[in-house]
Ligand binder design. Structure first.
Ligand code: ATP
Ligand code: MG
Length: 572
């Protein structure tokens, strides 16, 4: 699939085909100009970034047209549904910034009504109880090239069907012994219309209705009627339901319901280096491949939240990818770009050293400390300045020093002078090594007291500026560096004999335990976000970080690969 070229939306223009449809309907006075959409998750997993696209679309449309968006749990398949999922979904939708007001619904609250609608279909001669086995039903269904065959049970009388269906509900039959099917057309070119199953027997406790029911309605029967009951105007779903639209309309037309929502399909979100199927995400969680649904490597809303993403960045991403009718895959670097753009505006800059190398400034007075002024955010002067302590012993980043540097290495090396951000010029005069291993353990440098603040009065230039922390003042922290969870661009494309988990990136998490941060971070609140200068954006882990035991997650690096992709595309 191609990577979709995405442009920011033109202001003022109807930005996608669904908005155009809704705008035209409103203009024509359809539904009295009312707009009601819904987001209908099944509570069988946590929400992922694909759901965010659907949430932004549905809530966004409602907001734009002065309507309302319902949150409806499509909870008709009890085996994998739970209250934990319901709660996580509500939390995630709220966190994304959307409000369903009092429009919270559960399809399971409609079980009684749905049962009555099923009886109506039977009475109309449009549904029957079938005793074929699941295998037989499949076999009778035919294929794209051959029509299906009628079930021998298809022509039972209305009375017999009503009796059997009542007994299905009463628990007189074993699971799988029979189903209720719509009586439509076994020769329909649309296989969905070949007498689809409406109800099956399933003795599984439901997290809300308990053991009250042993028959459960199928998606195609439940969804259109739930939309209808709630007075939804636009039922927006992903493209794989295109063939189901005919059945959606058939159920409502056959029952002559007073309200008939319009189903509109759009292309689901696919992201490279990412899986977005709940089944696969569950496998990652249950297989212990990640630390949970909110593992910062997961494409779940809770994973992104923990990683340090902002709701604004996610909403902006959803706006920029647009809504189309053709499947495509979005480059994950666009998401990272949206986050960077947002955090660049609002996060405070601080200095943190992830892999510390000690530097002693041999001509700096022992025991002296001074406070240097540092800018909190060059993008936003209103964020002010802060004081950063400086002293004789500091830490710099281990990879900011090379004993034998190649040509383009502009950082520290023996005999070389560099700038310490907000501080002084320093020159490396001696390299101390561990005699046993040869590892560099300390640099001994001189500093130039006339360069305080970062400029030399004689106008001499240095090529590198390094971040640093004062050894005596720094606070320790654990920092977790994250990379893509999969090494393969399309992890859903699994070669024969392999499993998608074979493509999990073994380096997707690197934990650094001896990091040193400037002291202003000592009290960093869980969840707070910063730019660590020269390194990236980091967020105090809201589960595990606390003052005195800081844990930071890298949200995103500073390197903008998306900007590079755009440049390349535009031939710049
Ligand atoms: P999955 O395919 O991940 O199991 P699902 O479609 O089964 O997801 P639901 O809980 O039924 O999960 O989804 C709720 C809503 O979110 C549906 O309207 C669905 O169309 C939409 N949705 C799910 N995945 C995506 C996606 N990748 N992109 C856009 N919308 C999506
Ligand atoms: Mg679904």
């Amino acid at each position: 699939m191609p990577i979709s070229p995405t442009k920011p939306a033109e202001p003022g223009a109807p930005t996608n085909f669904i908005k155009q449809i809704v705008a035209a309907d409103v203009a024509a006075g359809k539904n009295d100009g009312r707009v009601a959409t819904r987001f209908p998750p099944e509570p069988n997993g946590y929400l992922h970034i694909g759901h965010a696209k659907s949430i932004c679309l549905n809530f966004g449309l409602a907001a734009e047209f002065g309507g309302i968006c319902h949150l409806r749990f499509d909870d008709t398949d009890p085996a994998k549904e739970s209250t934990e999922y319901v709660e996580s979904i509500m939390e995630d939708v709220r966190w994304l910034g959307f409000d369903w007001k009092d429009k919270l619904f559960f399809a399971s609250d409609y079980f009684e009504q749905l049962y009555d609608f099923a009886k109506q279909l039977i009475t109309l001669g449009k549904a029957y109880v079938d005793h074929l086995s699941a295998d037989e039903i499949r076999e009778y269904r035919g294929s794209l090239t051959t029509p299906g065959r009628n079930s021998p049970y298809r022509d039972r009388s209305v009375e017999e069907n009503l009796d059997l269906f009542t007994r299905m509900r009463a628990g007189e039959f074993e699971d799988g012994a029979c189903v209720l099917r719509a009586k439509i057309d076994m020769a329909s070119p649309n296989i969905v219309m070949r007498d689809p199953t409406l109800y099956r027997i399933k003795r599984v406790s439901h997290y809300r209705t308990g053991d009250r029911w042993c028959i459960y309605p199928m998606y195609d029967f439940t969804h259109c009627l739930s939309d209808m009951i709630e007075g939804i105007t636009d039922s927006i779903c992903t493209l794989e339901f295109e063939n189901n639209r005919e059945l959606y309309d058939w159920v409502l037309d056959t029952l002559k319901t007073p309200c008939h929502p319009q189903q509109i399909e759009f292309a689901r979100l696919n992201l490279n280096y990412t899986v977005l199927s709940k089944r696969k995400l569950i496998e990652l969680v249950e297989g212990g491949i990640v630390a949970g649904w909110d593992d910062p490597r997961m494409p779940t809303i809770s994973g992104y939240r923990r990683r340090g993403y902002t709701p604004e960045a996610i909403r902006n991403f959803c706006e920029r990818i647009g809504v189309a009718r053709a499947d495509s895959t979005v480059d994950i670097s666009l998401m990272e770009h949206c986050l960077r753009e947002d955090l660049n505006r609002r996060s405070a800059r601080v200095m943190a050293v992830l892999r510390p190398l000690k530097v002693t400034l041999i001509n700096y007075p022992e025991g002296q400390t001074e406070e240097l002024e540092a800018i909190n955010n060059p993008e936003d002067p209103s964020m002010g300045t802060r004081k950063v302590p400086f002293s004789r012993e500091i830490f710099i980043e281990r990879d900011d020093f090379m004993e034998d540097p190649p040509k383009k290495f502009f950082r520290l090396a023996p005999g070389r002078e560099v700038r310490l951000r907000y501080a002084y010029f320093i020159t490396c005069v001696e390299v101390v090594k561990d005699p046993a291993t040869g590892e560099v353990t300390e640099l001994r440098c001189t500093y130039d007291p006339t360069t305080r603040g970062g400029d030399a009065p004689d106008g001499r230039k240095v090529q590198g500026t390094l971040h640093w922390v004062s050894a005596a003042h720094a606070v320790p922290a654990e920092v977790r560096l994250y990379d893509h969870l999969f090494t393969k661009e399309n992890p859903d494309d699994v070669v024969e004999g392999r499993h998608f988990t074979d493509y999990v990136n073994p380096k997707s998490l690197e934990v650094l335990r001896s990091c040193r941060l400037e002291p202003s971070l000592a009290a960093a609140a869980p969840g707070s976000r910063f730019q660590f200068e020269r390194l990236g954006y980091f967020c105090a882990d809201y589960q595990e970080s606390r003052p005195g035991q800081l844990v930071f997650n890298r949200s995103v690096t500073l390197r903008d690969t998306w900007a590079k992709i755009v440049k390349k595309k535009e031939g710049r």
